[in-house]
Design a protein around this ligand. Structure first.
Ligand SMILES: C[S@@+](CC[C@H](N)C(=O)[O-])C[C@H]1O[C@@H](n2cnc3c(N)ncnc32)[C@H](O)[C@@H]1O
Length: 425
């Protein structure tokens, strides 16, 4: 057997071709473990002898074949009556990127074990193998060979990461939904596990979370919630992605007590907008009611950017609606709406009525009435042009109401939270 001059050569096709060329046709070598060493695990993991098995980088190992001596690091292994094929697993596709070893192995087995096939394939592409067509994929030492080009296991070069993740994603492609990937390695688990999960895209790989809001299940990407709100970020400390965690499935949702379905739906429309949509209802919220829902929940859960966005969306909608403005400002802490809103209410023509009491509360409504009563009115000349007057068709006696600064100030102080009092100064 030809050993490489440098360890990295194990990661090259040329090394394996040369090695297999130089070896006698009947040479076998099993890396790390023989089938007999791991047969108990295999039988447990693969209860069905009809399972379709893919052997990745088979080399000239005896793992998948039959009776005879095989050689491990400790020398010849005597008990080989339980090789995989002999054990009853007949449907095995063996692949390796060395055409030399594939030819030799095929010649060795084609007559005695016709169900087993030998194919030249690179495990990084697995070209020609159908998706979802294998029950089991086994790698014994092949990914290890691809990793030998890395002098530093803690910090593998980009190419090693690419090769290993390519193999894993191909394995996932060819395995059936409930297929199993068995990886027998010489390496420590912590250096290997990182390759066994294909990379998740930093932006476009979503963990979904299920919420129950009233009688309705919402299943949404978790990331946007956690990145915008401290409340949901703290929830991320819980193992939301774990299979047993609350929120993982429809049968075990996170219950959002006391939240209205419509309110939550409006917030979701802002978090997950569908810019290219055929249905108007799929776009951003459109009505004051919907934006009020967004204002409310964004305040409650600390979605600060969304709260600010909702304020901006509502501003033009509330331009002519001072009562709504003040009521919403009070309810959801929009202090910058209070002063202009109250000023409008204190100077409008209609007196304080039941709707004001209902929306603002009795206390505020009474204070507002006080301010209105104590207001001073004065006639202010307005520079109407002759044209405007004639267009309007009546003789206008301009009058403007001036609310005393002290009266409005007292009202605002009574309404505003303490921390906003500076707003008045
Ligand atoms: C360390 S040997 C293991 C052989 C065998 N699985 C065993 O357990 O004895 C690595 C084998 O993987 C093959 N190999 C390495 N990289 C490969 C790749 N990208 N695609 C297919 N085979 C590859 C080599 O040709 C070699 O036969």
């Amino acid at each position: 057997m030809s050993l490489p001059h440098k360890n990295e050569e194990y990661g090259t096709e040329a090394y394996w071709d040369t090695r297999y060329e130089q070896e006698a046709d009947d040479t076998s070598f099993d890396w790390f473990k023989t089938y007999a060493d791991v047969a108990d695990y295999i039988r447990r993991l693969i209860p069905s002898k009809d399972a379709r098995i893919l052997m990745l980088g088979c080399g000239n190992s005896k793992f998948s074949e039959d009776v005879g001596l095989s050689f491990g690091y400790g020398g010849p292994v005597a008990n080989t009556t339980d090789q995989m094929w002999e054990d009853g697993y007949k449907c095995i596709v063996n692949v390796d990127y060395s055409p030399i070893v594939i030819e030799k192995m095929s010649n060795r087995h084609k007559d005695r074990r016709p169900e087993m096939t030998w194919e030249v394939k690179d495990v990084r592409t697995l070209d020609g193998l159908d998706s979802s067509s294998f029950d089991i994929a086994i790698d014994k030492g092949t990914m290890d060979a691809m990793m030998t080009s890395s002098p530093d296991v803690w910090d593998p070069p980009e190419q090693v990461i690419k090769d290993c993740t390519a193999e894993v994603s191909q394995v996932l492609r060819v395995l059936k939904q409930d297929g199993i990937f068995i990886y027998i390695t010489f390496g420590q688990p912590h250096f290997r596990k990182q390759y066994l999960t294909v990379q998740h895209h930093e932006h476009f790989y979503f963990t979904l979370v299920t919420f129950l809001v009233e009688d309705c299940l919402f299943r949404v990407p978790y990331h946007a919630l956690a990145s915008q709100s401290d409340v949901f970020r703290d929830l991320a400390l819980l193992p939301v992605a774990a299979h047993k965690a609350e929120g993982h499935s429809d049968t075990d949702p996170i219950v959002l007590e006391g939240i209205k379905k419509e309110d939550f739906q409006s917030l979701m429309k802002v978090l997950y907008p569908m810019p290219v949509t055929r249905l108007p209802s799929d776009g951003l919220p459109a009505t004051i009611e919907e934006w009020t829902s967004v204002l409310k929940l964004s305040k409650m859960w600390g979605f600060n950017c969304i709260h600010e966005f909702a304020i901006k969306q509502l501003e033009p909608m509330l331009a002519e609606r001072p009562l709504d403005k003040v009521a919403l400002a009070q309810d959801y802490g929009v202090t910058r709406w209070l002063l202009p809103g109250l000023l409008e209410l204190a100077t409008r023509a209609e007196p304080v009525g039941s709707e004001d009491v209902q929306r603002l509360g009795l206390d505020t409504a009474l204070k507002l009435a006080d301010v209105r009563e104590s207001r001073q009115t004065t006639t202010v000349p307005v520079n109407w042009s002759r044209t405007s007057r004639s267009v309007l068709g009546f003789d206008y006696q301009a009058e403007t109401t001036v609310v005393t600064a002290s009266g409005l100030g007292a009202l605002l102080h009574a309404i505003l939270p303490t921390e906003s009092a500076t707003y008045l100064n």
